[in-house]
Design a protein around this ligand. Structure first.
Ligand code: SAH
Ligand code: SF4
Length: 445
């Protein structure tokens, strides 16, 4: 991890500056402070309002409050929405269908922001990682993984995480705060900036819109028009279902045909198993679901994914069976990190098949070789063991590909994301985990 990261002292100072309180132990992880949000608007020191993250309706309200009549405000909001999210412009001057005299009026009152890039890293395998900073000084990460037939952007939903899956580096951080709608959609916008992928002319726009809206599109059509960024996974830092509203609103803009216009079929949200939000996720967001299962017995899952103490395996699988929109054409992905001598036996593989069959789940299993980080308490299973596990699941009738680790050399692989280069001692980590466990236990009662 980069030496340019905030030191713990720097991070604390930034929190204090933003008026953030440390998160006490016994709180529901959902009730995190969101001091930077005033009715969905991020305040800025220069008094102007950042429009990124706002839906059309809210932009229209702001225009009206700034003096336009209701009809003009609505029309301008529609135009500005298109320029912001579909064309990716960052200057009002570039909005050519808005009168020249109107543009300075907008620029005096509003800005089109992006998260700040602190550092951009390139892996030898083509993976790219960006260290980003919010306006109030918190660092988070985003990763782009190019493949032959697709390009996947791994987006963060929180700075840190309240949960503490024992194999995950992000889990060794406290939750600093939820990312705002603008900070989440801003990651996708930044990636389009960096990859030079905003549609520029009418033909580009037609293709982008078609690719986003046509649900029956053939799998190759989006990349066929030359785009690199074709898919989004909510698998960066944080638990997206503990920041439900902001994730929903951000993905709403990403999926809007006049916004970033990416099909819901190309978006996957990964959860550690926050059961109460799963149905809403299917209904209100409608994206593909991935579930971090990682173990098939209570003992092991309690240890490695401690939210299991609150929401157990069988209830989780039932919630998956009830997930709106899941079908054989849109299967649920079960993520399974391969940890040596912990969850990787033949018996575990057979139990996995039994459980997925019992709940009649339209499932695929994604086996993730454990990505190490300094001080991690586990080792990755051997390649032979992973192959044997995969074969058993496959023979059980469920596809079980092994995910190739990407970007390990720049700490960009699954579970390696972590900002604020604080080196915690074992004792400090144990204390932090005990606090997070206690918060979960208090909720479970
Ligand atoms: N919080 C969400 C999404 C982020 S993590 C979740 O837990 O699902 C994305 C995936 O990477 C999850 O399946 C997570 O369990 C897995 N992961 C975390 N740490 C890992 C590590 N060190 N090696 C491999 N996979 C890891
Ligand atoms: Fe949080 Fe997901 Fe990491 Fe678990 S695996 S600590 S839920 S980011």
């Amino acid at each position: 991890m980069s030496e340019t990261n905030l030191s713990p002292a720097g991070a604390d100072a930034a929190s204090t500056a933003a008026g953030l309180m440390p998160i006490p132990g016994h709180v529901d992880p959902m009730t995190v402070p969101r001091p930077t949000l005033v009715e969905g608007v991020t305040p800025r020191e220069d008094g102007r309002t950042d429009l990124v993250g706002l839906p059309r309706k809210r932009i229209a309200e702001l225009f009206e409050a700034a003096g336009l009549d209701a009809k003009a405000a609505k029309l301008r909001a529609k135009q500005v929405f298109h320029w912001l999210y579909h064309r990716g412009v960052t200057e009002f001057d570039a909005m050519t269908d808005i009168a020249k005299t109107m543009r300075p009026w907008l620029a005096e009152r509003f800005v089109i922001g992006r998260p700040t890039i602190v550092e951009a890293q390139h892996s030898s395998d083509g993976t790219r990682k960006w260290l980003l900073r919010t306006a109030d000084g918190h660092d988070f990460e985003m990763v782009f993984i190019p493949d032959a037939d697709r390009g996947t952007l791994c987006v963060s939903s929180q700075v840190g995480c309240t949960l503490n899956c024992r194999f995950c580096h992000t889990g060794t951080m406290r939750l600093v705060r939820n990312l705002t709608v603008g900070e989440i959609v801003g990651q996708v916008m930044l990636a389009r900036d960096a990859l030079g992928e905003w549609p520029k002319n009418a033909e580009d726009i037609r293709l982008a819109t078609m690719a986003g809206l046509d649900d029956d599109e053939d799998e190759g059509s989006y990349s066929a028009d030359g785009r690199l960024l074709t898919n989004i996974v909510m698998m960066g830092m944080g638990e997206p279902l503990y920041n439900f509203d902001n994730v929903r609103d951000a993905l709403g803009i990403v999926m809007d045909g006049d916004g970033l216009a990416l099909s819901k079929r190309r978006i996957t949200l990964s959860t550690s198993g926050v059961i109460p939000q799963m149905e809403r996720c299917g209904q209100e967001i409608g994206v593909n679901l991935a579930v971090s299962l990682h173990a098939v017995t209570k003992d092991v899952r309690d240890e490695i994914v401690p939210i299991n103490k609150k929401y157990g395996i069988e209830d989780l699988l039932q919630a998956c069976a009830d997930y709106p929109g899941a079908s054989n054409a849109r299967r649920i992905t079960f993520e399974y990190v391969m940890l040596k001598d912990k969850n990787d036996s033949d018996e575990d593989a057979r139990e996995l098949v039994r459980l997925l069959r019992k709940y009649k789940l339209p499932a695929k299993v994604n086996l993730i070789p454990f990505n190490p980080w300094p001080g991690a308490p586990y080792e990755c299973s051997t390649p032979d063991r992973i192959r044997a596990f995969s074969n058993i699941v496959f023979e059980g009738g469920i596809s079980a590909p092994v995910r190739t680790p990407r970007g390990r050399d720049i700490d960009a692989a699954c579970g390696q994301l972590k900002t604020a280069a604080e080196k915690k001692s074992r004792a400090e980590l144990d204390r932090l985990y005990a606090e997070k466990d206690a918060a979960l236990a208090a909720e479970a009662q």
